[in-house]
Design a protein around this ligand. Structure first.
Ligand code: ADP
Length: 257
């Protein structure tokens, strides 16, 4: 199908709808990269898109946290860096992601959350994806105040890794009592909900500085290749997912035309 309108403009007016992979043949092999500051909703959207598109969500932050929890050599090496809100070395991250993208479930596409985070990582990803179809980078924009508010409220399940914000359907119970948020402490899967060790205000601010310095240049990197679309990340999660899906469809439709 030929598309002449600009996808990022067109999607603003279309009502949200979740589709299945079957209904969306244009997204047969979507290789999606989510870019955005901490707290922009990359993890939430990666999980939702993975369901919609029928591809794996790959979160480098989750992979690193699992390594820290397991006490492995990798975990010991990265813990202090993560707790400072800094980035793990590009070469180490590229090796981790290369191994994951070598697994067969990624052949039909993937949603990457947290990689690439530097231009060097993006160049390395290009090398890993040779002959594997189109890459589309989606930027989620959220203001700094909203990020700090979101992250200081966020709770993450120790067991399944899901984000359980107040009111999240993942939480076993949650609500607002006496004007103050009352958080559940147990996830729907039975795991304990905890604050991430890097979700303190000081570390959040450092992660935001790291984002501005190292990750934001990626927007220009992908924009120059016309592989970047921006979405307003402050909208309801369902709406953000629907808009990203439409953007992906538009890019693939255009490529197929
Ligand atoms: P957020 O996007 O909320 O900051 P993530 O869960 O994606 O958090 O990542 C947590 C931490 O893991 C980062 O602050 C960083 O230390 C490390 N990390 C994750 N992905 C990468 C990457 N691609 N390159 C370098 N460090 C990474």
């Amino acid at each position: 199908m030929t598309r002449t309108s600009t996808p990022s403009v067109a999607v603003q007016t279309v009502p949200p709808r979740l589709r299945t992979k079957e209904k969306s043949s244009a997204t047969a092999s979507p290789n999606v990269v989510l870019i955005g500051p901490p707290g922009a909703g990359k993890g939430t959207q990666a999980a939702r898109l993975a369901l919609v598109l029928g591809v794996p969500a790959i979160s480098t932050g989750d992979m690193l946290r699992r390594a820290v929890q397991s006490g492995s050599t990798l975990g010991l090496a990265v813990k202090a860096v993560m707790d400072r809100g800094e980035l793990i070395h590009d070469a180490m991250m590229t090796e981790i992601v290369a191994a994951r993208l070598g697994e067969p479930d990624t052949r039909s596409g993937f949603v990457l959350d947290g990689f690439p985070r530097t231009v060097d990582q993006a160049v390395a990803l290009d090398g890993l994806l040779e002959q594997r179809g189109h890459l589309i980078a989606v930027g989620l924009a959220v203001s700094e105040n909203a990020i700090i508010r979101r992250l200081s409220q966020r709770r993450v399940c120790e067991r399944c890794g899901c984000n359980a914000d107040p009111g999240s359907s993942h939480a076993a119970s949650s609500g607002v009592a006496g004007g103050r948020s009352a958080y559940s402490t147990i996830c729907g899967c039975g795991g304990a909900l905890r604050r991430r060790s890097d979700d303190t205000e000081a570390v959040i601010r450092e992660r935001l500085r790291t984002y501005e310095r190292s990750t934001k240049p990626l927007v220009d990197f992908y924009r120059q290749r016309r592989a970047f679309r921006a979405i307003d990340g402050t909208q309801a999660p369902e709406l953000v997912t629907a808009q990203i899906s439409q953007v992906i469809d538009a890019v693939f439709d255009h490529a197929a035309s």
